[in-house]
Design a protein around this ligand. Sequence first.
Ligand code: HEM
Ligand SMILES: [Cu+2]
Length: 590
Amino acid sequence: MTHIPFADQPHEDHHPTSFVAKYVWSQDHKVIAVQYSIIAIFVGVVALVLSAFMRLQLGFPDTFSFINPNSYLQFMTLHGMIMVVYLLTALLLGGFGNYLIPLMVGTRDMVFPYLNMLSVWFYFVSVLVLLASFFVPGGPTGAGWTLYPPQTILPGTPGHEWGIILMLASLAIFIVAFTMGGLNYVTTILQARTHGMTLMRMPLTLWGIFTASMMGLLAFPALLVSAVMMALDLLAGTSFFMPKLVSLGDSLDYSGGSPLLFQHLFWFFGHPEVYIVALPAFGMVSDVLATHARKNIFGYRMMVWAIVIIGGLSFLVWAHHMYVSGMNLAFGFFFATTTLIIAVPTALKVYNWTLTLWQGNIRLNSPMLFAIGFVFTFIHGGLSGLFLGNVIVDVPLADTFFVVAHFHMVMGVSTVMVLFAAIYHWYPLVTGRLLHEGMAKLHFWLTFLGAYAVFLPMHYLGFLGVPRRYFAMGDTLFLPQSAHTLNAAITVFALVLMVVQVVFIVNLIWSLRHGPKAGHNPWGATSLEWQTPDVPPAHGNWGARLPVVHRWAYDYSVPGAVQDFLPQNMPDEEVERLAPDTDSAVESKS
Ligand code: HEM
Ligand SMILES: [Cu+2]
């Protein structure tokens, strides 16, 4: 007897009816995805406002009384942590991962829907705990998002009483949430693919999300144990990370712990984390580029292997964040080498994106513009990474604004570019409406140029030696006037860049009601998520029967075919039947 997938076995579908069951305690991956996305975007806006405060202080020192050295560090810490973990990780995996995985593999939902629901609610609690630190005595921790001990828990660092505890607790809860989600993403991709959906037919979006989820399951535990150990140092008097030291004249009770151990654990998580964010973005941008260039992605297999290899290698480079920690130089040489090796598969991906565009039938719409914007900003961020990856160049540049410029370009701006591309690309599927294209293009140009105006000059500040994590430069002699002028200019550009995002939010909300109806598969895309019987996809996604997959996800502009895309679930007989003249269809198949 042929195998009947679970979802196709005759059984009563459970369709929730009450509002609470549908939208609050929902187990539907699509609702959970939207919940994840809304929370992530909300907390991301908080982080954006915090960066506005920092920029105001840096551009116009002594002007704003509510920003003092302590609050600057607190804003900086929360800004960094929220952006990396609570916005990007949550939005890419919890948001896009949740929405796209079941639709793209052709199943009805995640394999553990209840766990999936718990995941989003744990995430919500972790955000609340984090934000609560603004309201406790002493405020949030100002230790920097890297949370290095001993300074993190010593008096003198803002938030050393309550703020740090809430930060550690919030991270622990986030990791629980991520683990419940991540297990779902991995298992669903491995176990719930529909008939014909082999691994090597999956869209690259799925490869990116899959690899990133696997990495998250391996990397987050390192952060979890460091959070627990630090909490013990803080509350139970252990000395995992705290050396024997004298603080403000008093000898503290700690003995023999290793602050460097924390740095290793943190970056064992922290570097892969960069790719946990980057790989889903790599995957999604590949699909956006192929769809809107009406071409197959160039070198699909290479692209898959590059994702997997980058994911694996990224566990071997962590100490490139520690060149100035006093570690052995030979050790530094090892990590510089592994870091530069990662550049190979990464550069390969960039070539393949470019070759995908080559002679494509390019539609310069908003998803495509943002996708191309990503390729630019990613190349720039990647190139400055080559500087910093080398010990001898990194040492003078460490802890300057060059580093701030580098990581904002490579993981801030470029990932956000992909997020915008993805939102403009998939919004019609999620809501059934198209966004306003004029507003979208305006949003692109102002965001793209604005991002360059903000982050390009920071490289120069870094060369001048402007230190990062400084509240004010004062009248330092080594800084020329140009540094101060630039700092003011960057702040003005940053404020414009932030205000421009209002166009995006307005477009999102306005188009919900007033956008033109998207209809079925408005981009003419091949992958399964666009082939559902209902738009937006209904509960259970596929109506009575699951789709069956006959081809890979990149059959665009196939010679001899009647239309310029062949959906993954279109059988060969159908392709032939639709072919305008049978000869050429047969030719192209032979
Ligand atoms: C308009 C957008 C943004 C602006 C204006 C901005 C601005 C800043 C500023 C002024 C700092 C502090 C620099 C210092 O004193 O050392 C900072 C730190 C940081 N930002 Fe952003 N940022 C933006 C977006 C992002 C995004 C999207 C990310 C996501 C990766 C991000 C991640 C970080 C991180 C990780 C830090 C380091 C925090 C630390 O040193 O502990 N930022 N940002
Ligand atoms: Cu790194």
